[in-house]
Write a protein that binds this ligand. Structure first.
Ligand SMILES: Nc1ncnc2c1ncn2[C@@H]1O[C@H](COP(=O)(O)OP(=O)(O)OP(=O)(O)O)[C@@H](O)[C@H]1O
Length: 232
């Protein structure tokens, strides 16, 4: 398995209080697959994604990605892992406001070992003609396209998306999902996506339902539905 989480546990200590957020999560994804994590607010989805992406650490259990034992990495190795292998897409884009579209993508490309061509990636997300614009001059959907370009330019093995369509209307969401599906197909990028929207799970190979820090249901879809046919 390309992505493998085994019995991952996580709790946060705030003062004297300990909150258990993940209670022994198991998850698997083959190379080139799309996975969807569904679950209510506060169920631990973002924590799970952050551990997988090397932003946060598990207290126990094992996480491997493409043969790398992520749980065994020291802080420097974790930075390297994030930089080389993982692309992140968030609900609220997180673009740098005083850099243009091109520059937002370029700063990531500059610190990557084997980046893709910036213009090629901007073209793939339909933003090449707006390369010189600033984020404030773009719609939400366009900003999300740029944040996808920024994540994809480093040619990551794993693309982690935390509610990528959470702030977008139906049509724009569907365009963004189509784009993610296209990237999965064209670059063979393994994608794991958090969503509240159960309809989106139709485009995934594997679906994980999470509740209160536990996986309560795992499904493997025999057929994957093209994003343009998803309705909600
Ligand atoms: N750094 C932290 N310190 C303390 N508690 C935290 C921290 N990060 C998350 N939590 C708690 O862990 C629980 C799970 O949070 P998480 O963000 O993973 O849930 P989620 O399923 O992604 O929720 P949402 O859908 O609302 O984003 C929440 O109760 C949250 O308050």
């Amino acid at each position: 398995m390309f992505v493998h989480l085994d019995n991952v546990k996580k709790s946060y200590e705030t003062g004297e209080v300990s909150t258990t957020v993940l209670k022994g999560v198991g998850m698997e994804l083959d190379k080139g697959e799309v996975g969807v994590i569904l679950g209510p607010s506060g169920s631990g989805k973002s924590t799970l994604l952050n551990i997988l992406g090397g932003i946060d650490r598990a207290n126990s259990g094992k996480v491997t990605v493409g043969g790398i034992d992520v749980t065994g990495l020291d802080d420097n190795q974790l930075v390297e892992y994030r930089r080389e292998h993982v692309g992140f897409i968030f609900q609220f884009y997180n673009l740098i406001p005083n850099l243009t579209v091109g520059e937002n993508v370029e700063i990531v490309s500059n610190i990557s070992k084997s980046p893709l061509e910036i213009d090629k990636v901007l073209k793939a997300v339909g933003m090449l003609d707006k390369k010189s614009r600033f984020p404030r001059e773009l719609s939400g959907g366009e900003q999300q396209r740029v944040s996808i370009a920024r994540a994809v330019v480093k040619n990551p093995n794993l693309l982690l998306c935390d509610e990528p369509t959470g702030a977008l209307d139906f049509n724009t969401s569907r365009d963004i999902l189509k784009l993610l599906q296209q990237i999965n197909k064209d670059y063979g990028t393994t994608i794991l996506m958090i969503t509240h929207n159960t309809a989106i799970s139709a485009m995934a190979n594997r679906v994980y339902k999470v509740r209160s820090g536990e996986v309560i249901e795992k499904n493997v879809n025999e057929t994957v539905v093209p994003a343009e046919r998803i309705e909600w």
